[in-house]
Design a protein around this ligand. Structure first.
Ligand code: NAD
Ligand code: UDP
Length: 337
């Protein structure tokens, strides 16, 4: 298939790009490199011997996107491009709505012009807000506590409206849980700019000595050891989930939500222990107060994706930690020299 990845240079996009190339697909990328580095495509080529065609552009440039769709006779789009920092979204809501909602509208117009009907959208478990029942299934109500989460819910709703008006569309809402880890080569991985927000890159920075201590946000949650529980998923499993979703979508019209998680919850302390055991690196930590807006536990019921897409996450938390460390250790400055 000829597939366009918006945001294909980013963390999840680059690993998915690699998997699609390995599976024999033709890949085109549009990225404005606001949070990524084009060097990633050299790395991808050195892993698999192939590279995508790359355009530096913004998804908000609808005419530019439709030209690319038409020029390459694109059959399917995966829409990764977006901003993703929850805290920042509360400080800069306009920027988030422009990039995430306006960007999606502009892409959808371009797809309409070019008659591209297959779309997988990067959504998030954050659309479940504070879940009442765990594991969470796709029918759980959605709610948001910040503009980032609301932007994902808005785009999901827009996509539902579109499929009511146009029954020729094939759309998957892929709700990622907590992607971590890196390709096993250590050549591509997550390269956060500034101070990371998420647990795993912070653990890596403490393990490598770049940071002194990890702050654990609360040990008084009603969980196994009092620390927060999340569903960490290896980014390569997630990448394979996209390949499976595109295959499945070719024969399925309408809009379909899928949780992409492992179905297993792990506490912060369990992740730290796994990291220390698998890498031999110490991760000093201190317990501090809870982080505003955090939920005690969030993990997926991933049975729908298994049943429908024939996809199931395979890699363990130990493998996530091993690959995260391998990437961090080989690339202490990320893609920068
Ligand atoms: P990332 O920042 O690494 O990748 C996003 C890519 O999109 C970057 O390469 C960036 O340069 C590009 N981009 C951003 N705005 C753009 C625009 N307007 N036009 C063109 N390119 C643009 O993020 P990621 O972790 O790979 O996330 C990808 C998608 O998955 C995002 O939509 C994010 O909201 C969603 N998601 C991520 C996580 C996570 O924990 N990483 C969890 C759930 C959902
Ligand atoms: N967490 C932590 N210290 C940190 C960052 C995160 O204790 O420096 C905890 C956080 O409270 C949550 C888990 O790690 O329980 C995962 O946090 P992350 O931000 O990675 O994911 P999210 O909460 O958005 O699912």
């Amino acid at each position: 298939m000829k597939v366009l990845l918006t945001g294909g240079a980013g963390y999840i996009g680059s690993h998915t790009c690699l998997e699609l190339l390995v599976a024999g697909h033709e890949v085109v990328v549009i990225d404005n490199f606001s949070n990524s580095n084009p060097i990633v495509f050299d790395r991808i080529e050195s892993i698999c011997g192939r590279r995508p065609t790359v355009y530096q552009d913004d998804v908000c440039n609808s005419d530019g996107v439709s030209e690319v769709l038409l020029a390459h006779q694109i059959q399917a789009v995966i829409h990764f491009a977006g901003l993703k920092a929850l805290g920042e979204s509360a400080e800069q809501p306009l920027r988030y709505y422009n990039n995430n909602v306006q960007g999606s509208l502009s892409l959808l117009s371009a797809m309409k012009t070019a008659k591209v009907r297959i779309l997988a959208f990067s959504s998030s478990a954050t659309v479940y807000g504070s879940p009442n029942i765990i594991p969470i299934n796709e029918d759980a109500p959605t709610s948001a506590t910040n503009p980032y989460g609301r932007s994902k819910i808005m785009v999901e709703e827009i996509l539902r409206d579109l499929t009511v008006a146009d029954d020729s569309l094939h759309i998957a809402l892929l709700r990622y849980f907590n992607p971590v880890g890196a390709h096993e080569s250590g050549l591509i991985g997550e390269d956060p700019t500034g101070i990371p927000n998420n647990l795993m890159p912070l653990i890596s920075q403490v393990a490598s000595g770049r940071r002194e201590v990890l702050q654990i946000y609360g040990d008084d949650y009603p969980t196994v050891d009092g620390t927060g529980i999340r569903d960490y998923i290896h980014v390569m499993d997630l990448a394979r989930g996209h390949v499976a979703a595109l295959d499945w979508l070719q024969e399925r019209k309408g809009v379909h939500a899928f949780n992409l998680g492992t179905g297993q919850g792990k506490s912060v302390l369990e992740v730290i222990q796994s990291y220390e055991t698998t890498t031999g690196q110490a991760v000093p930590y201190q317990i501090v107060g809870r982080r505003l807006g955090d939920v005690a536990a969030c993990y997926a019921d991933s049975s729908l994706a298994e049943r429908e897409l024939g996809w199931k996450a395979q890699l363990s938390v130990d493998e996530m930690c091993r690959d995260e460390w391998n990437w961090q250790n080989n690339n202490p400055n990320g893609y920068r020299k």
